[in-house]
Design a protein. Structure first.
Length: 625
């Protein structure tokens, strides 16, 4: 059996309902991981994508008086990336008592394997969110909805994401810090370095850390075609560089948050070293339902666990670290949000703030697949792939064969890049889980882009639009905390047609790349069939691509800005530069939701930085903690 199963077996590969403790990879065997696969196979039919939280939580008696769970100095709602950092840093001295509330479970050996990441969407490590049906993107996905996986685990989305380490451009942080003092590049670079333990093949001196908790290494899967991608870049006059170093615009092998080819999550980096501290309590499998506020001051959190309602109080602060979806949800449920929305749902308004009204995400178009004449790239057995993984290399040490990347700026003047080119190569059956399972592309669209490639080794560049102008929203569906919020990514919204025009230029540039001598040497050819919804347009014309972009463009799960940071005169801001929620004392937000606009990054490294900086801001305010 191949490790990447053909499309008619996709859903039979992916669900884990038994908890298997994380162990040292070096102590495991090929047979052990094959048994993990069998466990997934045995349980797959039991998993259905949830539409609310009722599979995980219940409120048996909503009118019951909450059970007192005690008093703490700090309560952290969410043990995702930033929440894990805060849990560690705020308990280092032993002087403060901290409670962490997390909806998910602990990771295991299956989640540790990078190559299994696309499969984890079909497990309870994923909240199972989807956008509402879209009008200008995701039309070629099931029900015209964008699948929006978010990690429900100790470690948050770092347990299920693709682990790509891209911090963002210096210009991003200069813009961020312009109206938010303390968030400029000079101020945040030390925090990036503090989080990182760099084990890269090449790095610019002074830009990386070497003793931090998060392991970062160069992608350990190195098919020969990756060299062709980098040669093509040089033929186009692009520089090979460290994109997290002095300059970002250029090309490189990917930097990935793995250790010896194994996932390095926020849980491993920050929770595991701290979890036995007597002043740290972590409750998993709980749902935070409300922030308790009295006289415009947060003093605790109400939560549910095992059908019972609890409350815990905080003498110093409540810190919300639920992420780009869950943080705005609990704020709005607590009366902090847009007045008209809260009043419509009958939620008493505590503070009128634009929570959830500025939802940004990057945009990808993953439908540019080129055939090659490569025949010597081996397809191995399950056991052989696992054996490579256990030895710290091979296909399973990366996600969907992502090995290299380019960052393109206007005229390549080493300024802030406008687009990212993520490079991958595979056989079509190896890529099927990403398209059919992860993105939930319809079978007809999947067949159109892959059937002409059957049996061939292909390469692809997935373009990422890094600074789109379109914005979406996150709103409450009801006042019931068990109902999922309504996500609207709203890509290519009518007001900002420039996003689509920019993506069209990127598509043409990728075709130029395919015609470089490096790619001509392997007979690169675009052989996909027209998408079913776009057959009325001349194939490969601008009108065709405009249609195709609406079908298969997708928000790449880099959501930010739903609890936006900004100065008080910014009508779209929810928190200030100290991460404090406007109008409410004792309440901060620390996660991706505070990032004020899309960065030239994959957000996880920036969220680690937010967590580290938040820890220092809190310690500065409350004295030496």
């Amino acid at each position: 059996m191949r490790i990447m199963i053909v499309k008619n077996k996709i859903l039979c590969f992916l669900t884990l309902f038994i908890l298997i403790p994380t162990n040292n990879v070096s102590g495991q065997s090929v047979e052990y991981y094959e048994e993990l696969l069998e466990a997934f196979l045995a349980n797959v039919s039991q998993w259905e994508q949830p539409t609310d939280s009722r599979r995980f939580f219940s409120l048996c008696n909503e009118t019951a008086k909450p059970i007192d769970h005690g008093q703490y100095d700090f309560i952290i709602v969410g043990a995702g990336v930033a929440g894990s950092v805060l849990a560690n840093r705020l308990t280092e001295s032993g002087k403060c008592k901290v409670l962490v509330l997390e909806a998910g479970q602990y990771e295991n050996d299956f989640t540790d394997v990078p190559g299994f990441a696309t499969y984890l969407v079909n497990s309870d490590f994923n909240w199972g969110y989807k956008t509402i049906p879209q009008k200008t993107s995701c039309l070629g996905m099931k029900n015209q909805q964008c699948n929006y996986p978010r990690g429900k685990a100790v470690g948050g989305s770092s347990v299920i994401n693709f682990m790509i380490y891209v911090r963002g451009n210096k210009e991003d942080f200069e813009r961020w810090g312009h109206r938010n003092p303390g968030w400029d590049y000079k101020s945040v670079l030390p925090y990036f370095r503090k989080t990182e333990n760099s084990i890269l093949d090449f790095e610019d001196p002074g830009y990386h850390g070497h003793g931090g908790p998060v392991s970062v290494e160069t992608a350990r899967y190195r098919p020969s075609i990756t060299k062709i991608f980098l040669e093509s870049a040089q033929q186009r006059g692009r520089e090979i560089l460290d994109y997290n170093g002095r300059d970002q615009s250029g090309y490189s092998r990917f930097q990935i948050m793995t250790k010896n080819g194994t996932r390095c999550s926020a849980s491993k980096a920050y929770i595991q070293p701290a979890k036995n501290r007597p002043n740290l309590e972590i409750l998993d499998h709980i749902l935070g339902t409300k922030i308790l506020i009295r006289d415009k001051k947060a003093y605790g959190v109400e939560f549910t666990r095992n059908c019972r309602k609890y409350r815990a109080t905080a003498s110093k602060e409540v810190i919300v670290s639920g992420g780009v979806v869950n943080s705005p949800q609990i704020l709005m449920l607590s009366g902090i949000g847009p007045r008209d929305q809260l009043e419509r749902l009958g939620i008493p308004v505590v503070e009128d703030l634009p929570v959830g009204e500025d939802f940004h995400d990057h945009v990808i178009f993953p439908a540019l697949l080129f055939s090659t004449n490569i025949t010597n790239e081996p397809e191995l057995s399950t056991g052989e792939y696992i054996s490579q993984y256990l030895n710290g290399h091979g296909l399973l040490t990366v996600v969907i064969s992502l090995t290299a990347v380019g960052f393109e700026s206007p005229k390549m003047i080493l300024s802030n890049p406008r687009s990212e080119y993520a490079f991958l190569s595979a056989y079509t059956d190896q890529a099927a889980p990403f398209y059919l399972n992860f993105m939930q592309v319809t079978q007809q669209n999947y067949d159109a882009i892959t059937q002409p490639l059957a049996g061939k080794y292909f390469w692809s560049i997935i373009p990422v639009l890094l600074h789109p102008r379109s914005t979406g929203t996150i709103k409450l569906k009801t006042r019931d905390p068990l109902d999922y919020p309504l996500l609207d990514s709203n890509l290519y919204s009518a007001r900002y047609g420039d996003d689509m025009k920019e993506m069209l230029k990127i598509i043409k540039d990728i075709f130029d790349i395919s015609r470089t001598p490096a790619f001509r040497s392997i007979n690169s050819t675009y052989v996909s069939e027209p998408l079913p919804a776009c057959t009325d347009y001349k194939f490969l014309s601008d009108d065709y691509w405009m249609c195709a972009l609406k079908q298969l463009s997708y928000p790449v799960l880099h959501g930010v800005s739903t609890c936006k940071m900004g100065p008080k005169d910014d009508r779209t801001a929810v928190v200030d530069n100290k991460l404090k929620v406007y109008g409410i004392k004792g309440l901060r937000v620390a996660d991706a939701s505070v990032i004020p606009f899309p960065l030239s990054c994959h957000p996880t490294p920036a969220v680690y930085m937010v967590g580290e900086k938040a820890s220092d801001l809190i310690r500065q305010e409350h004295g030496d903690l």
